[in-house]
Design a protein around this ligand. Structure first.
Ligand SMILES: NC(=O)c1ccc[n+]([C@@H]2O[C@H](COP(=O)([O-])OP(=O)(O)OC[C@H]3O[C@@H](n4cnc5c(N)ncnc54)[C@H](O)[C@@H]3O)[C@@H](O)[C@H]2O)c1
Length: 389
């Protein structure tokens, strides 16, 4: 009886509530439910996919689940997989090509865009030829094996007036992007410290590591990108320590464990904690600290609502996501959708050339610091950064 006085009018008499913006899946569902046909009047974007390995399979999943695109070609050198790919995804209308036959893609005027998910050393050639053939390009990071060649790719894109999008998936992760929005609104004030933890799972094969470009250019670029994208600032000094605890990684001259500190002109410090091998899942965390407070992105768990307790063992919960394909699934879908918007002229690329070139320069400085055992200073020329200092 004590609460009877709080009774309200029927909820049917109140304005209909809307879902919170944070429920990105429900909001996406509402778009599907509304069947707004204006967006379906856009032409269907016709695609070629280069590389159907680990990253290519993620992008193939995005392609197959998008009504906005049609896949015309898959270029991949593992011919023994072609029939399996065709049967698994029902790709009866798709033409499979060996990379030696790539010219067919470039010459086909029906192809609007190419998705590049082949090994890093092949990117520059595919990107350049696709741009010369006036295709829009979605390219897995890194766009080329070094900064000079990446810059050349962007020059080609500018020359032909076609988009070159570098796939930095973490920017499209709902948690990371919400932290960026809050930091940019000043919720923690001037950032004093920003930290990322990125520990890979499962351990990549040695064959992959040999052609990966090394931990700084293959892995750390994601962390550098997230930090500089959140802060909107670029470091003037970096210092890195690195070692290889896994003998096979030492043998190829790479590292598996890296600690980096970054100093930014405004007084912010950054820290990156990186490992190639996390035994408990794909450990991805972020923390931003300032005078007004602190924000964290913690690891996400697939089954986060079930908690178990047996005997005296304390609480047991599900493991965290195992790897990038699951942890960043939403990010991959959202970056793909963003790319299609760019191709259709409905959006400007969220990932800008001078940001990518700056990330590459910082990764080079971090590697130099680790290999030479010294603090490396970064000098930025006028116009080199995406903002004026
Ligand atoms: N953003 C991310 O989260 C993420 C994750 C993994 C990999 N990557 C990037 O994706 C790229 C591929 O990595 P992966 O792990 O998928 O490698 P992978 O070895 O699993 O797959 C590469 C595929 O490309 C094919 N291939 C080889 N040469 C080719 C060519 N010239 N043209 C077309 N296909 C060719 C191979 O047969 C293979 O199937 C790398 O650049 C890597 O940095 C990004």
């Amino acid at each position: 009886m004590a609460t009877a006085k709080f009774k309200e009018a029927s909820p049917y008499l109140k304005p209909k509530p809307s879902p919170p913006p944070e429920d990105y899946l429900y909001n996406r569902y509402l778009e599907d439910l509304a069947l707004r046909t204006e967006s379906r009047d856009d032409p269907v974007v016709k695609l070629a996919l280069f590389g159907a390995g680990r990253a290519g399979t993620i992008h193939l999943t995005s392609i197959m689940s998008s009504p906005r695109v049609k896949l015309l070609y898959i270029v991949d050198d593992v011919e023994s997989n072609w029939t399996k790919l065709e049967r698994y995804w029902h790709l009866e209308d798709v033409t499979f090509l060996h990379s030696k036959q790539s010219d067919r893609v470039y010459k086909d005027l029906n192809v609007d865009a190419v998705i590049v998910a082949s090994p890093t050393f092949t990117h520059e050639d595919i990107v350049t030829k696709a741009l010369e053939a006036r295709k829009a390009v979605f390219c897995e990071k890194p766009i080329a094996e070094n900064r000079v060649n990446t810059a050349k790719c962007y020059e080609s894109a500018k020359k032909v007036g076609r988009p070159l999008f570098c796939a930095f998936n973490r920017r499209f992760d709902p948690s990371y992007s919400s932290v960026r929005d809050r930091v940019r609104k000043g919720e923690v004030g001037h950032v004093h410290m920003i930290k990322t933890v990125a520990r890979d799972s499962p351990l990549p094969s040695v064959e992959y590591l040999k052609i990966s470009g090394g931990i700084f250019h293959d892995c750390m670029v994601h962390d550098i990108d997230v930090i500089t994208w959140i802060l909107g600032e670029y470091p003037d000094k970096v210092s890195a320590l690195a070692d290889a605890n896994i003998s096979e990684i030492k043998a190829i001259g790479d590292f598996d464990t890296v600690a980096v500190t970054l100093h930014f002109p405004s007084g912010t410090l950054g820290m990156i904690d990186l490992s190639r091998n996390s035994s408990f899942g794909y450990d991805q965390r972020l923390e931003v600290f300032g005078p007004k407070g602190m924000m964290q992105v913690d690891n996400e768990q697939p089954i986060h609502s079930v908690r178990r307790q047996y005997g005296q063992e304390g609480q047991i919960t599900a493991p965290i996501w195992y790897s990038f394909a699951s942890r960043y699934m939403n990010g991959y879908r959202r970056e793909f959708d963003h790319f299609i918007d760019i191709v259709l002229g409905k959006a400007e690329s969220m990932v800008r050339p001078n940001e990518i070139l700056a990330v590459s320069k910082i990764a080079m400085a971090c590697e130099e610091s680790a290999r030479a055992g010294k603090v490396v200073e970064l000098k930025w020329a006028d116009g080199e950064l995406p903002y004026h200092r």
